[in-house]
Ligand binder design. Structure first.
Ligand code: SF4
Length: 184
């Protein structure tokens, strides 16, 4: 349904940081409701658009935790530009599966992956300055910036994302409730 005359469409930005894009696939799982969503919001920076920097937005969806310096930069940009910032999925909420590397030594991991692992001959750890530096640990997004809402799940279902977004767009406090709320 189009917004009432005179009421501007809201702007929605999305990003994937240390994520697997599964949460974005779940967003696409709202299927034909995507048309309704796009009647109500314009997309800003997102893997679904070609916009390179986040402009002023009403809602920002963050998939993925924080594993490198570029993730920190993008997350801060989203916090600056988005009125409401949402941690979408387990990785953003608590670091998720990628945070399992937190009990390992980062240097040793890089050596094993790029130099000493099976089948690697003459490899070296990439050190081009273009590459973002990895952080010693993977962090949930709330350890870097203030987060307004958290949607758990790996990934949250399309129905959960739809319920959450429509609550927000309709001006209600978002409530998932059982059975839309899950952590796996
Ligand atoms: S929460 Fe799950 S689906 Fe979402 S980015 Fe992390 S691993 Fe992928």
């Amino acid at each position: 349904m189009n917004p009432p005359v005179g009421q501007r469409k809201l702007r929605l930005a999305t990003t994937s940081l240390a994520g697997c894009f599964g949460c974005h696939m779940s967003l696409l799982d709202i299927d034909e409701r995507l048309f309704e969503l796009l009647d109500r919001v314009d997309l800003d920076r997102s893997p679904l658009t070609d916009i390179k920097r986040c402009g002023p937005c009403d809602i920002g969806l963050i998939e993925g935790g924080i594993c490198n310096a570029e993730n920190v930069h993008v997350l801060r940009e989203f916090r600056q530009q988005c009125k409401v910032l949402i941690a979408l999925g387990a990785c953003a909420v608590n670091g998720g599966l990628p945070a399992q590397r937190n009990h390992l030594d980062l240097g040793q991991c890089l050596q094993e992956v790029y130099r000493t692992g099976p089948g690697i001959v003459g490899g070296q750890v990439p050190n081009d300055p273009e590459l973002p530096l990895p952080l010693n640990q993977v962090h949930p997004v709330h350890e870097i910036v203030r987060i307004d809402y958290f949607i758990p799940g790996c990934p949250p279902s399309g129905d959960a994302i739809w319920k959450f977004l429509t609550d927000l767009l309709d001006g209600r406090t978002p409530r998932l409730g059982h059975p839309l709320l899950h952590f796996d």
